[in-house]
Design a protein around this ligand. Structure first.
Ligand code: CP
Length: 307
């Protein structure tokens, strides 16, 4: 089912290949001709409802709306500062905010929250991360960077490393890659933090080759993309040591990674991606985050029925 204008986005599963390519083209045009879009969403209001911390997603959604000429209302710490504190349900909050805004970007700590919100909202709800579930707009900006760098996602070999169990950006990007041909996903994760079995099975069923590795260097040889993720310490079970087998992009990893490859990370990064890597010409994570602005402008235009 294609993602239609004015629809909510709860999962990257809603996107088909033509939707993705169309979105990338629109993001490119916005990047090239920002003034042509400066008044595109002038009468509209975006509400950002964030029940979990964020730097990139909230601020880039808000900047995107403002750069389209629209306005923003925001609860940046909804878990502590909204009427959730008084016991208001997410469903009631969404019903109320639907009356104030034309589109809602929602980040929530529970998987499935975006789907619940979309079911009761009278305006589109954009999933800005639902617990360990999905982060569709992150996957779109990740894919946009690869598309810009390679011109295609077909034939891609991508290595995911880190917390593949709770890392929602990994889940959404891996599902997005099912729309492209001849894709290989290599996975490297500490024990207990591997790709969920059901997701690995779905990827295989949908034509993606999934290859587990134990040594990161081995998983980097001949790869096109090294996609590094943070251990999601805030989601780990209490008995799981976050420092056990933490993978790091060290000189050995950099030596194994081909010269043409790019290093990506959804950010924020901590110990797994030292700042010394920033000087490596393959480091692409700041450009990755920057592209999120244009992708989210393109998403907002379509969510508002303006594209
Ligand atoms: N990549 C990402 O979701 O970053 P934030 O948590 O800062 O929004």
């Amino acid at each position: 089912v294609a993602w239609e204008a004015r629809q909510s986005i709860t999962s990257i599963r809603q996107f088909e290949r033509p939707d993705l390519l169309r979105l990338f083209d629109r993001a490119d045009d916005i990047r090239d001709r920002p003034s042509a879009y400066a008044d595109a969403a002038t009468p509209y209001v975006l509400a950002t409802l964030f029940y979990e911390p964020s730097t990139r997603t909230r601020l880039s959604f808000e900047a995107a709306m403002m750069r389209l000429g629209g306005k923003v209302i925001s609860t940046e710490n909804a878990r502590a500062m909204s009427s959730a504190v008084k016991g208001e349900s997410l469903a009631d909050t969404i019903r109320i905010v639907s009356g104030y805004a034309d589109v809602i970007a929602l980040r929530h700590h529970e998987e499935g929250a975006a789907a619940l919100a979309a079911a009761v909202a009278s305006v589109p709800v954009l999933n800005a991360g639902d617990g360990p579930g999905e982060h569709p707009s992150q996957a779109l900006l990740d894919a946009y960077l690869i598309y810009r760098r390679r011109g295609s996602l077909d034939g891609l070999t991508l290595t995911f490393v880190g917390d593949l169990a709770y890392g929602r950006t990994v889940h959404s990007l891996a599902l997005l890659l099912t729309h492209f041909h001849d894709v290989t996903v290599r996975v490297v994760a500490p024990e207990s933090l591997g790709l969920p079995t059901a997701l690995a099975a779905e990827l295989a069923r949908r034509g993606v080759t999934v290859m587990p590795f134990s040594r990161l260097e081995d998983a980097c040889r001949h790869a096109d993309v090294l996609y590094v993720t943070r251990i999601q310490t805030e989601r780990l079970p209490a008995d799981l040591d976050p420092d056990a087998a933490r993978y790091t992009v060290d000189p050995g990893v950099l030596a194994a990674l081909p010269a043409h490859a790019i290093i990506m990370h959804p950010l924020p990064r901590v110990a797994e991606l030292p700042p010394t890597v920033d000087a490596d010409p393959r480091a692409a994570y700041f450009e990755q985050a920057r592209g999120g602005l244009f992708v989210r402008m393109a998403l907002l235009l379509r969510a508002l029925g303006l594209d």
